[in-house]
Design a protein around this ligand. Structure first.
Ligand SMILES: [Zn+2]
Length: 970
């Protein structure tokens, strides 16, 4: 007790004694100025009493957070919210969180709130700055200093040294990216108040030397929905009696994948990126909760080799400091190293490392609500087999989707109660865990990180500068000097998107003023040039190169590959010739480029070339009232080739021109219709089916269709069970979901009580995107029968990824078998070759190569029975088995077909079907083993799905055509 009570004073002394270690080759330290005199601010006894009561064991708190100042005129969280942070069974809605920060900002010059955008559902996105009076008054000046350090081409080393002398690091903290991880967004309010009001030596030092910026809730829509769900269901849950169901939606489209949104598709993520590129915080620290009791990220292997080696020293340095400080406070269960790796650049806070800063991350023990719950951990000397890790109750933590499995595999979940070199003081035994414990751990950790930063502010800034400077230098030092993205590619719309995604992340791209001759080839004028002598050259390489996974025995937390050219089916040429750095280019100054389409020629009929652009479907829907046909064979007009699938449009040339130009397509007006077979491009009545228990992958497909302006109904078991699907729909799409046919059919297990997802006056955020009186139980066998009637009656059922188990396992496609890979097989998102076997099939309109790169999605291993009786006596016929007619595309398999990333056991997929088109009754089932609409990423594959939609009733096989063939466009 004596030690704990005297700690704050001890630390105050330490700060006086510790010399300024922050000076380096460039910097002059100002650390010592920070240490102030004894506190004149009174603490709030009510806070200390409450927090002591809510903290379930004395070792679950630190001297940094067991007190809180009470300052007249400055509202504490309790003054606005009515309770202290960490009160059991209390969660705060986003509007109240904003209300608190705005009240705080109104009361003190040390806090400022800036609005950076709107969420999907219209909530304000904000960043809260906290710092000394002077820092906040001069924020613009501090922003300017960081901008100079972020682009070393603007300064000499001597000038940078001056800038570092004046600058302060911005340390960015973010909570609530994952809506079920509720604690950090509560904690950050208390942190902001403490930083603004407390007068201890530590807080004064932080306030004077560091500017703290805060994203209070990264996904505010999901926050409110999860808080509603907690108050409706979670608050009544007790151990052993849970509803077994989480809230069906967080954000509008995704759950955990807002932390895998590598192309910043979601508006909330994009707003933060835009803010980042203006403010350049050298550290971005994302606060999650899924591990016991606090895991601090240190960038373990596999590590992205493009990032500056300095970063790989910085990360464990800070993590180890936190671990040792918190261990000194007696807080068990603080650890590092053994969880998340440093491979994928797609995590949200990774935007910092991608731009020469530092990504940091915690996983703090917590639940999706604010109930106090029992935890049992293994014995410290055992194998850890009894440990339950950071297991959160249903609906919380990382509940949704495959990443949970990957996480468990990486973490070795059972081991968290075991002592190791990276976990010196594990938590063990049985104890209660409260949301205040979560606050104590999170806030102590963050204050410790800020302590480190305030001890070494100049080192942090100097490293930021040197990493940026090194990044510029890589272009001349390293083998890869740049990239050329040639002009004149078949489909420039996907090139345009690729360029815009690079620009979105601040990567400089120029256009070659003249033809470019390099050792790698000659490229036409107008080609896009990415030079590697720029501040974000490392990021450019990371995004554009082929990913070579360093060690097939290492597991990773997310995808192993993301190569943009392969994902987009666009040509990107890696260049070693250093001449690229001296090319004259016209820099793209705008945030986005737009490559306008063209309509040439004259005549009453307009042909639009289908070169694989995803914008073709947008054109069709924008002109939905016009009769549009697809050419079934290639034709030429002048020097323009119109591949099969090209549109033939009669009438309204002015409107067609406008849209063709906007959508970047190539069109020619013809004197008469081409002499090739044509079919009408009717628009299907389209539905997307979703289970209730796993809506994220469906969300990505919804997002893709929304962006390309394809309307659809989102339907659930409620609609299926009503029957007559055929009366309402022509095509039903089942995105990747459930993981198995059984899970797709039976979904969330019913535990005795119906679980409704419905809006009410009290719970306004529920019942959005769909509603149900009971989300449990799935569509059941009655639903399977309705899907069978739909197909037999002429409907088209399209299944993606793991949803393709459903028709195989439930007899909708009886000739198709769906198997699983072995336990040794491991393929976290590699890009592999797929071979098109039926190039004339409308699904492949716009593709001109037999072999195409696709993202491997760990769907079923599909095979189609060939009619050979496997039980017949005698040897099989000689030669390879015939490929069934219904297999449209297959995976050649084998290591040499892996184009980027890791596939361990690549022979297991050899010659397995990638797409199957099985006629059934009057309809058909089209099964994709892969996922042609994965996140906002594999744009080269989207078109296969879009072609399926546009040609749903024009697929010619031995089966009868669906009944609605060639009806007028709807
Ligand atoms: Zn998380």
């Amino acid at each position: 007790m004596f030690l704990r009570k005297s700690l704050p004073r001890l630390f105050a002394c330490l700060f006086l004694l510790v010399p300024a270690l922050g000076s380096g080759i460039l910097a002059q330290s100002t650390v010592n100025k920070a240490v102030g005199s004894a506190s004149a601010v009174q603490d709030d006894p009510d806070f200390a009493r409450a927090v002591k009561e809510w903290t379930t064991k004395p070792e679950f708190i630190s001297p940094l957070v067991d007190h809180l100042p009470k300052v007249s005129g400055i509202p504490s969280p309790k003054d606005i919210l009515g309770h202290h942070i960490g009160e059991p069974k209390k969660l705060t809605y986003y509007a109240d969180i904003l209300k608190y920060y705005r009240a705080l900002a109104a009361a003190t010059p040390r806090v400022k709130v800036v609005t950076i955008g709107k969420s999907n559902e219209g909530r304000d996105l904000v960043v809260v700055f906290v710092g000394g009076d002077e820092s906040i008054r001069n924020l613009e000046a501090y922003r300017g200093y960081l901008a100079q350090l972020a682009d070393p081409r603007t300064v000499t080393d001597a000038q940078a040294n001056d800038v570092i002398g004046k600058a302060k690091p911005i340390y960015h903290l973010s909570g609530g990216l994952h809506s079920g991880e509720v604690g950090p967004s509560e904690m950050l309010m208390e942190l902001a108040y403490r930083l603004a009001t407390e007068d201890s030596a530590l807080i004064k030092q932080i306030r004077d030397t560091v500017i703290v910026s805060i994203t209070p809730v990264a996904d505010p829509d999901g926050r409110d929905r999860n808080v509603d769900w907690y108050y409706k269901y979670g608050i009544n849950e007790t151990e052993g009696r849970t509803t077994g169901a989480g809230v069906p939606y967080w954000g509008k489209y995704v759950f955990h994948d807002d932390n895998r949104d590598i192309n910043y598709s979601q508006v909330e993520m994009r707003a933060l990126l835009d803010w980042y590129l203006q403010w350049h915080p050298p550290i971005m620290h994302d606060l999650h909760q899924a591990q016991t009791l606090l895991y601090t990220f240190s960038g373990q292997a596999p590590q992205n080799p493009n990032l500056d080696p300095i970063l790989y020293g910085e990360l464990p340095a800070m993590a180890n400091f936190e671990m040792s400080q918190m261990t000194k406070y007696g807080m068990p269960g603080v650890w590092t190293h053994g969880f998340v790796d440093m491979w994928s650049p797609g995590y949200l806070a990774f935007m910092s490392s991608n731009h020469n800063g530092m990504v940091r991350m915690y996983e703090i023990q917590g639940f999706s609500g604010a109930n106090t719950q029992k935890m049992r951990l293994g014995n410290p000397n055992g194998t850890g087999a009894n440990g339950v890790g950071g297991a959160a109750p249903a609906g919380g933590g990382r509940g949704a989707g495959a990443p949970a499995d990957a996480a468990a595999a990486v973490a070795g979940r059972g081991s968290q109660a075991t002592r190791d070199w990276f976990r010196p003081l594990p938590a063990t035994g049985e104890f209660d865990w409260s949301i205040r414990n979560n606050t104590n751990y999170g806030e102590t950790g963050v204050l410790t990180a800020l302590q480190y930063t305030s001890q070494f502010p100049k080192i942090i800034l100097e490293n930021f500068y040197v990493k940026s400077r090194n990044s510029v230098a890589t272009g001349r030092k390293e083998t890869v000097a740049g990239y050329v993205i040639p002009a004149g590619q078949r489909d420039m719309t996907r090139v345009e998107r690729l360029i815009n995604l690079l620009r979105l992340q601040g990567i400089e791209v120029g256009r070659a003023a003249a033809e470019v001759k390099l050792s790698e080839g000659t490229f036409p004028a107008g080609s896009f040039i990415v030079k590697r002598d720029q501040p974000y050259s490392r990021l450019a390489k990371t995004l554009l190169e082929k990913q070579v996974y360093p060690d097939a025995n290492l597991r990773t937390y997310d995808d192993t590959s993301w190569t943009m050219g392969l994902m987009s089916h666009a040509e990107v040429k890696e260049i070693a010739d250093k001449k690229i750095l001296d090319l004259t280019v016209e820099p793209i100054k705008t945030a986005e480029i737009h490559l306008a389409g063209t309509l040439t020629g004259s005549g009453p009929t307009i042909a639009v070339a289908h070169n694989g652009s995803n914008n073709m479907i947008t054109l069709r829907y924008r002109l939905k009232d016009l009769a549009i046909q697809a050419a079934e064979k290639e034709f030429k007009q002048g020097d323009v080739t119109f591949p099969a699938g090209s549109f033939v449009i009669a009438g309204d040339a002015a409107r067609v021109r406008t849209e063709v130009e906007k959508l970047g397509l190539t069109a020619v007006a013809l004197p008469s219709a081409p002499q090739v077979p044509l079919h009408a491009l009717d628009l299907p009545r389209l539905a997307i089916y979703s289970i209730w228990g796993n809506t994220q992958e469906i969300g990505w497909v919804r997002y893709g269709l929304d962006r390309f302006e394809v309307p659809y109904d989102l339907i659930f078991k409620e609609r299926v069970k009503k029957g007559d699907l055929r009366g309402s729909y022509d095509l039903i799409l089942l995105p990747n979901q459930g993981g198995s046919g059984k899970r797709l059919v039976f979904d969330i297990e019913n535990r005795g009580q119906p679980i409704a997802y419905k809006k009410s006056d009290q719970f306004k955020n529920l019942g959005i995107y769909g509603e149900s009186d009971d989300i449990t139980g799935g569509m059941g066998l009655d639903g399977v029968v309705e899907f069978e009637k739909f197909v037999k009656g002429g409907g088209v059922l399209v299944t993606l990824g793991t949803a393709s188990y459903f028709p195989a396992e439930f007899g909708l496609a009886p000739k198709v078998d769906a198997a699983r890979t072995s336990a040794q097989f491991y393929a976290p998102g590699p890009i592999v070759n797929a071979e098109i076997l039926k190039p004339e099939h409308p699904i492949f309109y716009g593709y001109d190569k037999k072999m195409v790169p696709v993202r491997y999605a760990n769907g079923p291993l599909l095979s189609v029975q060939t009619g050979v009786n496997p039980f017949a006596d005698g040897p099989p016929p000689p030669g390879p088995p015939p490929t069934p007619q219904s297999v449209l595309m297959r995976y050649p398999g084998g290591d040499d077909q892996v184009l980027s990333g890791l596939m361990r056991g690549a022979a297991e997929i050899r010659n397995r079907a990638a797409i199957v088109d099985e006629p059934s009754g009057k309809g058909r089932v089209i099964m994709f083993a892969g996922n042609p609409c994965y996140r906002w990423q594999n744009f080269g594959e989207f078109n296969m799905l879009f072609n399926t939609v546009l040609n749903f009733n024009d697929i010619k096989t031995e089966a009868p055509k669906p009944a609605t063939t060639d009806t007028p466009a709807r």
